[in-house]
Design a binder for this molecule. Structure first.
Ligand SMILES: C[S@@+](CC[C@H](N)C(=O)[O-])C[C@H]1O[C@@H](n2cnc3c(N)ncnc32)[C@H](O)[C@@H]1O
Length: 224
C-alpha cells in the first residue's frame, strides 16, 4: 500500500510546474497538502519542484503539509530524518540529486535531503475517511495513488472534502489514471489534458456551479 518513490509521475510534476507554481509563487503564504504521502519521497519531490522554480526568499513562504493514515507509524520519523537509501533516490535527475542531497557519513548508499527542503515539510497522521480536512486555504492538494483504494462513494466524499479545503482558485492533482468522478465534476475545472490536474473556480465562478459539495469538512481529523 505504501509503494512510492521520488519523482514518480513526471507528467503531473511538470503540469504542477507549468500551471500551478506560476500562479502560487507570488503569494505571501503558499500551503500545499500532500494527502497519502507515504514515507516522504512525494512531498520532497514537490518541495524540489517548487524550490527549482522559486528563489530562496520566496521558497520560505511554502509549507507542505504531508499526511498519511500510516499503519506502520514510521512515516513521521522517516520524513523528519530526510534520509533515504540509493534505491529510493536513484530516479532523481542527477543534477537535482547533487543539488539537494548529500551522502550520509558512515551510512554507505544513503542520502540526506537538504535542510532547506526539510524545513518546508511538516507531517501528521490523518485518515482521509474522517472527511475532515487538516486545515483550509490550500493552494494545491496532491492525492496520488490513494483514492484507487477507496470505494467509489468514499472517493466522491473525500474529493468534496478536498474542495472545501482548497482556497478559491486552488488546485487538485491525482495520478494519471484517477479521473475526477462525475459526481464531483461540477466543483472543478480541468486545467490541462496532460495530467489529472483540476482547479477550484474562484468565488465568482463557484456561484454559477450546479452542485454544492455534501461534505462541510470542518475541524481537524488528524491522529497524532
Ligand atoms: C501507494 S501509496 C502512494 C504514496 C504516494 N502518494 C505516491 O503516489 O507515491 C498509498 C498511501 O495512501 C495511504 N492511505 C491509504 N488509505 C488512506 C486513508 N484512508 N487516509 C490517508 N492515507 C491513506 C497509505 O498508507 C499509503 O501510504
Amino acid at each position: 500500500m505504501a509503494f512510492t518513490y521520488f519523482f514518480r509521475d513526471m507528467d503531473t510534476l511538470r503540469a504542477i510546474e507549468r500551471h500551478v507554481i506560476p500562479q502560487l509563487k507570488g503569494r505571501r503564504y503558499i500551503s500545499v497538502w500532500d494527502a497519502g504521502c507515504a514515507m516522504g519521497p512525494e512531498p520532497y519531490s514537490l518541495a524540489i519542484i517548487f524550490r527549482e522554480n522559486m528563489g530562496p526568499f520566496l521558497f520560505r513562504n511554502l509549507k507542505i503539509y504531508a499526511s498519511d493514515i500510516d499503519g506502520s507509524r514510521r512515516f513521521g520519523d522517516t520524513i523528519a530524518q530526510g534520509m533515504y537509501p540509493y534505491e529510493s533516490v536513484k530516479r532523481i535527475p542527477a543534477d537535482l540529486l547533487a543539488r539537494y542531497f548529500s551522502p550520509v557519513e558512515n551510512r554507505p548508499e544513503h542520502f540526506r535531503i537538504d535542510a532547506e527542503l526539510m524545513r518546508a515539510i511538516s507531517y501528521q497522521r490523518h485518515d482521509l475517511l474522517s472527511l475532515k480536512f487538516i486545515r483550509s486555504g490550500f493552494g494545491l492538494i496532491v492525492c496520488k495513488n490513494v483514492l484507487l483504494h477507496l470505494k467509489p462513494e468514499q472517493r466522491v466524499d473525500v474529493i468534496d472534502m478536498f474542495h472545501s479545503a482548497l482556497a478559491s482558485g486552488g488546485f487538485l492533482a491525482f495520478e494519471q489514471t484517477q479521473d475526477l468522478p462525475a459526481e464531483n465534476a461540477s466543483l472543478f475545472e480541468r486545467v490541462t489534458a496532460d495530467a489529472q490536474l483540476f482547479q477550484r473556480p474562484d468565488a465568482q465562478g463557484w456561484a454559477n456551479r450546479s452542485r454544492k459539495p455534501r461534505v462541510p469538512g470542518l475541524g481537524a481529523g488528524c491522529t497524532k
